[in-house]
Design a protein around this ligand. Structure first.
Ligand code: UTP
Length: 226
C-alpha cells in the first residue's frame, strides 16, 4: 500500500468559488489521471470565502488565532467539496493534523486536506505536509504564472523566474516592494521547510494541464532550487 511516489499539490482557494462545479470536475479528472503514477496529496486553500468570514469577524473584534481557525474551517470545507468530486478515489475524511495526513496517505488513495494550524498559511502547511509524507515534489498552484521579481499586477515589466534559489526567495520577501505579492506564493515558514528538507518545489499557474506537465517534469512556472 502507498508505494507510489507522492506529490503534494496546494490548490488556491479561488478554485472553490463561482465556477467550482466545472473546475473541480476538471481537477478531479486530472488527479485521477496522475494517480496512476503518483499519489496526490492535495491541500485546499480558503480563498475569498475565508477572507470574507475573517474580515467580518475581525470587525467584531475576534482575536487573530480565532480568525485563523475560521480560515482553516473554510479550507476544510473546500477540501470536502473536492473529496465529493473525487468520490471513491479519495480518502473520505479531511485529516486535521500531520499524523492524520500521513496515516491517510498510507492507505494509498488521493488525500485532500485543508489548513492545519493557526498562525500559518496554507502554503506553509502544504510544505510541512510534503515533508511529512516524503513527497518527491511540491507543486504550489496559484493564480499567477510563478514567482516574479516584483508584483506583476502592479509592475508591467515584472520578470518571471524560471528558476530561483531559496536564498533569492528570502531576499524578495525581505524587499519592501514585492513582499505582499511574494508572501502569497511562498512565505518564510514554507521556504524554511523546503530548504531544510530539500523538497523539489514548483510555483505554477493553477491549471490541470500545467499541473500534469509539472508532474511529467516539463519546465513550467518557477522552480525553486534547494
Ligand atoms: P489561505 O490564505 O492560505 O488560503 O488560507 P488560500 O486560498 O490558499 O489563499 P490564496 O488565495 O491561494 O492565496 C486562508 C486562511 O486560513 C488560515 C489563515 O488565516 C489564512 O489566511 N489558515 C490556513 C491557517 O491559519 N492555517 C492553515 O494551515 C491554513
Amino acid at each position: 500500500m502507498g508505494t507510489k511516489e507522492r506529490v503534494v499539490i496546494k490548490l488556491s482557494g479561488s478554485l472553490f468559488g463561482d465556477n467550482a462545479a466545472d473546475e473541480l470536475k476538471k481537477y478531479a479528472r486530472m488527479l485521477l489521471e496522475i494517480s496512476s503514477e503518483t499519489q496526490p496529496v492535495v491541500v485546499a486553500g480558503g480563498g475569498n470565502v475565508a477572507r470574507h468570514y475573517i474580515n467580518i469577524a475581525r470587525g467584531f473584534g475576534s482575536d487573530e488565532a480565532s480568525l485563523d481557525i475560521m480560515g482553516i474551517e473554510v479550507s476544510r470545507l473546500n477540501a470536502r467539496l473536492l473529496i465529493a468530486a473525487l468520490g471513491d478515489n479519495a480518502y473520505p475524511a479531511v485529516p486535521s493534523d500531520l499524523e492524520q495526513v500521513s496515516q491517510a496517505a498510507d492507505g494509498g488513495k488521493i488525500v485532500v486536506t485543508g489548513g492545519l494550524h493557526p498562525g500559518q498559511s496554507t502554503n506553509a502547511t502544504a510544505a510541512l505536509i510534503a515533508e511529512k509524507v516524503k513527497a518527491k515534489k511540491f507543486l504550489n498552484a496559484t493564480d499567477v504564472d510563478g514567482i516574479y521579481d516584483s508584483d506583476p499586477n502592479k509592475n508591467k515589466g515584472a520578470k518571471l523566474f524560471k528558476d530561483i534559489t531559496v536564498k533569492k526567495c528570502f531576499e524578495l520577501l525581505g524587499s519592501e516592494n514585492s513582499a505582499a505579492g511574494t508572501y502569497d506564493l511562498m512565505d518564510i515558514v514554507a521556504l524554511k521547510v523546503i530548504e531544510r528538507s530539500k523538497i523539489p518545489t514548483v510555483v505554477l499557474k493553477s491549471d490541470p494541464s500545467t499541473i500534469k506537465n509539472a508532474i511529467a517534469n516539463k519546465a513550467t512556472g518557477t522552480r525553486i532550487i534547494v
